[in-house]
Design a protein around this ligand. Sequence first.
Ligand SMILES: Cc1ncc(C[n+]2csc(CCOP(=O)(O)OP(=O)(O)O)c2C)c(N)n1
Length: 308
Amino acid sequence: MLRIRRFEERCAELYSATKIRGFVHLCIGEEAVAVGVHKALADDDAVVSTYREHGHALAKGITMDAVMAEMYGKATGCSHGRGGSMHLFDRDARFYGGNAIVGGGLPLAVGLALADTRLGRRQVTACFFGDGAVAEGEFHESLNLAALWRLPVLFCCENNQYAMGTPLRREHANTDLGARAVGYGMRSMEVDGMDVLAVEAAAHEAVAHIGRHREPVFLELRTYRFRAHSMYDPDRYRDKTEIESWKRRDPIPALAASLRATADLSDSDMDKMESEVTAEIDGAVAAAEAAPVEPESELTRHVYTERA
Ligand SMILES: Cc1ncc(C[n+]2csc(CCOP(=O)(O)OP(=O)(O)O)c2C)c(N)n1
């Protein structure tokens, strides 16, 4: 969680310094969701994400060098510098985006799970999306097909209470998001998305259920983004006291405090982690700065699959 938090804080600084261009959506405050769910996944499970995906990509094991270079639009980035912040991708890691279209990742996840099933593979596909996606048609089509065809998809709804500037009660006639999944005959679980251990336990249970019953599960992860929707957003729609009250539930100090109480974590452990993370980020920034951009001659590559 610390690695994701510090990485994104540096990205915000780099964005303000115009080193990073385009749209940047930070998941600061939501790290427990990314880390807790990934703890329950195997390396060869697939992940599909949204434009708020830096945390998912790092948790999935894409190197910080490859993610930072992508933020810079450099050739060494995980999408060859063509995607930027919103379109991180790594086929070998089975990380299938980084999708800018709200709800767009859901049918992809269903397709990946269908492919795994048809190929006789036992992997799970975890699909992250926001509360805003639950109002999209793609959400309903995807959940229906996943339930009907009994596909191994872990639907992870990051309910951070807002779709851009629109609060939950103004985007959903029924704010019980899990009820939609139950309506498709799917098991639904509600989780405190600010508690990494609760997320990990729920995700483990959900993955075990998928493995045992060969059917999808819906996880609603109640969380909050501490920053604006994107780096462009002036964030005028949220009450400052609401933001402060969620910050008091920050998942990183909460976990640190409980580990300190059991003497599993000391100040020097924490300092060591901070300096390791800083060194990793410094290295990634230096490598991204020094990396080349894609040459013009490569412009038409990667539009279609290349023959081996
Ligand atoms: C199909 C579609 N409609 C509208 C948008 C513009 N848009 C970008 S983000 C966003 C809000 C989505 O909120 P949510 O799904 O809750 O995710 P969060 O940003 O809170 O993580 C909207 C409406 C879009 N990208 N795609």
